[in-house]
Design a protein around this ligand. Structure first.
Ligand code: TRP
Length: 73
């Protein structure tokens, strides 16, 4: 496993949610982490987590590059 497998999420506003979705037949929320502005979460895709949803303004650093998510409206 290389370091590119880590996803780094940096919140750029208060109340950003990092939501983990399950792997397998059902795709459900299994974990929600709230980050305030400037907080960072470092996460991986795992046996239990197949997708990660980010709600709110954040920068997401992964092997795909840097992606900006935005706040609603
Ligand atoms: N228990 C979860 C898992 O092992 C923890 C986790 C890993 C997680 N990556 C995540 C939670 C990404 C939210 C987002 O899969």
């Amino acid at each position: 496993m290389s370091s590119s497998d880590y996803i780094v999420i940096k919140a750029e506003e208060d109340g950003v949610h990092v939501i983990g979705l399950t792997r397998g037949t059902d795709t459900k929320f299994h974990h929600s982490e709230k980050l305030d502005s400037g907080e960072v979460m470092i996460a991986q895709f795992t046996e239990h987590t197949s997708a990660i949803k980010i709600r709110g303004k954040a920068s997401i650093h992964s092997s795909n590059g840097i992606i900006q998510s935005d706040s609603k409206k």
